[in-house]
Write a protein that binds this ligand. Structure first.
Ligand code: X8Z
Ligand code: ZN
Length: 629
């Protein structure tokens, strides 16, 4: 196919499907508002006009980039203020700005349709027009009233999550926020105490149900107006393939890793049965969801001590060292930064330290869910976290800094290219580096006193890693399986909760510890549902990070098993990484992947290779067990 017809094909595909692309990191792109004044001038043209020229199309794309930079900066500013100070005023303020962005996008996307048949358009402009169509995860209807309603609902939902507290069964106990309830889930080993924390947090999401239902109706309407069958189809259009192909692609990757997950599930369930009793955790049945150390049972590392393969080995407990050494949040962030700079990447700007929120303010409600921002799309980078001195948070800091380094290396590109190659790339950068946080690295920085030894030490270490990384895989996949079905209408509001638990059982092999009804809205208890952040990106990232790690290890000259590699301090690896970050979303993702790894397909083989010692061990342990559920 020649270049011209290829470009036309891209444009047509984009217009036919109108994809989505949320703003990167954990910020979301609900879209700026386009007052008439900021409407691209092409919009004012009469409808019946001559075929536009390539130059007009190019200029249109350039203008949209300029407009969006201004509008997205206003939006991110309002969102930042709202997330770090939740009040009715800041919610309303953010909703107004979001409404403006949505209106702008409605118009710009409609206008862009004029250019779909332009012959000979340069590849960059064609890609920008494609990315424009997928630039919002929450497209609004063009009806102004409905748009305002959607923006208000979106702001309210995130506010409900951020402010959420549980004040005991009678409502009179000291109220606990998500951080406190999560601490209980992580540390308690008392079945009933765990149950109360689990249940308590899910009272917060009940009032979200009608708001969420309306959000689905309105955003679906918005998606349809720009040519998608529903919002899920728009979300699946951000991967340089058709939505149907992407659905298959995510299932293909799941099929690759499912056998490893099943082995882990089987072993962990048997250990939990020892802890809580066969009656509470029966063989051959899904695991009660509140026993896995995490509010959503998404990562299981907090119950590592219950599943530790070999006792009497050197401790892998980094939490204790962080607390003993009185690590504060700034020191933890600096430690994260030093990993990136060891690769030859540039230090964080001074403004990052001045403007970030590292700890939970004492005097107001904030959204504690970690996120990374470039507020002005011009290297005004910050993270927003409520850091506690734990290893889990240290990992999250590296994750967030991965977003920040992407921003730092692509902020000079036009804003439509200021995204990851796809959203899974953005989520995978920091995580790929944490694979290099080996025991020797931790010992070097004084967070581990003794290295794990021999085969037993290795299996302990791999188990700890798998409880975080492997356990997450089905969770990463199912969140959007649920939303895709909700957006398409396959799951109706009367079945929201039941459909949610059907997927939790099917993919994760877990079950609710108490009966649930359609009074409950358990999906809303997970941040990304009320805040409307697509989730398949994290599933992809769990797989991609091992692919990146392997490629970076090869660049660093590592020989030997993948699980022994650390790229800490290696400048060659740093250069390879930087080259990919600098591309942003300017090229289809297979090109970015190929530049780093030599492959054009996502592939879970490096993840399986990394965990092969544990896999062999698990198979042995599970012999004679009734696995599955
Ligand atoms: O939401 C996040 C990041 C921000 S992008 C903290 N993550 C997912 C989650 O917490 O559910 C990282 C891992 C998965
Ligand atoms: Zn992230």
């Amino acid at each position: 196919m020649n270049r011209t017809s290829h470009v036309k094909q891209i444009l047509r595909a984009a217009l036919a499907v109108v994809p989505l692309a949320a703003l990167p990191g954990c910020t979301h792109g609900a879209g700026a508002k386009a007052e008439e004044a900021s409407t691209p001038s092409a919009a004012a043209q009469p409808v019946a006009e001559p075929q536009p020229t390539t130059e007009e199309a190019r200029q249109f794309a350039a203008r949209v980039n300029e407009d969006l930079k201004r509008l997205w900066t206003r939006q991110a500013t309002a969102e930042w203020i709202k997330s770090t100070y939740i009040t009715d005023d800041t919610e309303r303020n953010a909703a107004v700005v979001n409404e403006e962005v949505m209106a702008y996008l409605n118009q710009a996307i409609t206008q862009a349709a004029r250019f779909k048949d332009v012959e000979g358009l340069d590849a960059d402009s064609a890609r920008m027009l494609h990315l424009l169509r997928i630039s919002s995860a929450l497209p609004a209807p063009s009806d102004a009233e409905k748009r305002a309603e959607l923006a208000t609902i979106a702001a309210k939902l995130e506010g409900l999550y951020g402010k959420g507290k549980y004040c005991g069964k009678d409502g009179k106990a000291p109220c606990k926020d998500l951080g406190q309830l999560s601490d209980t889930i992580a540390k308690s080993r008392d079945y009933d105490e765990l149950l109360e924390a689990w249940n308590g947090w899910r009272t917060v999401s009940q009032p979200m149900r009608p708001l969420y239902q309306r959000l689905v109706e309105l955003s679906n309407e918005g998606a349809k107006e720009i040519g998608f069958s529903d919002l899920g189809s728009l979300w699946r259009s951000g991967y340089d393939m058709t939505p149907a192909e992407f659905e298959q692609e995510s299932q293909r990757l799941w099929t690759q890793v499912k056998p490893l997950y099943d082995e882990l599930h089987c072993y962990v369930r048997a250990r939990l049965a020892k802890q809580y009793g066969e009656d509470k955790v029966p063989a051959g049945k899904p695991i009660p969801a509140h026993l896995l150390g995490n509010m959503w049972a998404q990562e299981w590392n907090n119950i590592y001590s219950l599943v530790e393969p070999y006792k009497g080995q050197p401790s892998l407990d980094v939490d204790a060292a962080l607390q003993r050494q009185k690590y504060d949040s700034l020191r933890m962030v600096k430690l994260g930064e030093s990993f990136f700079t060891s690769l030859g990447l540039k230090p964080l700007p001074e403004t990052f330290f001045e403007r970030s929120q590292f700890t939970k303010p004492r005097d107001r409600d904030v959204v504690c869910h970690a996120s990374a921002w470039d507020v002005t799309y011009d290297n005004d980078v910050r993270i927003k976290m409520c850091i506690k001195p734990t290893e889990e948070e240290l990992v999250t800091i590296h994750h967030e800094l991965g977003h920040i380094y992407y921003y730092q290396y692509y902020h000079t590109l036009p804003v439509l290219f200021q995204q990851g190659a796809h959203d899974g790339f953005h989520e995978a950068i920091g995580d790929a580096l944490t694979l290099s946080i080996t025991p020797s690295y931790l010992k070097q920085v004084g967070l581990l006193s003794e290295l794990p030894k021999g085969e037993k030490g290795l299996i302990n270490l791999q188990m700890k890693d798998a409880m975080e990384k492997v356990a997450f895989l089905p969770f990463g996949l199912l969140i959007d399986q649920w939303r895709w079905d909700v957006f398409s209408g396959k799951v109706s509001p009367e079945n929201y909760n039941q459909a949610w638990w059907a997927l939790r059982e099917k993919y994760q092999g877990i079950r609710p510890p108490v009966e649930r009804t359609e009074q409950d809205f358990d999906p809303g208890a997970k941040y990304h549902i009320p805040s409307n952040v697509p989730y398949t990106r994290y599933f992809l990232a769990r797989i991609l990070q091992f692919q990146f790690h392997k490629a970076l290890c090869e660049a660093s000259g590592h020989q030997g098993p993948l699980h022994e590699c650390s790229i800490y301090g290696n400048k060659e690896a740093g250069q390879k990484l930087q080259a990919m970050l600098e591309l942003g979303s300017s090229k289809p993702w297979p090109e970015a992947l190929e530049a780093l790894t030599g492959q054009r397909q996502m592939d879970a083989t490096p993840m399986l290779e990394y965990f092969s010692p544990l896999r062999t061990w698990l198979r042995e342990q599970n012999k004679g067990q009734t696995c599955g559920w």
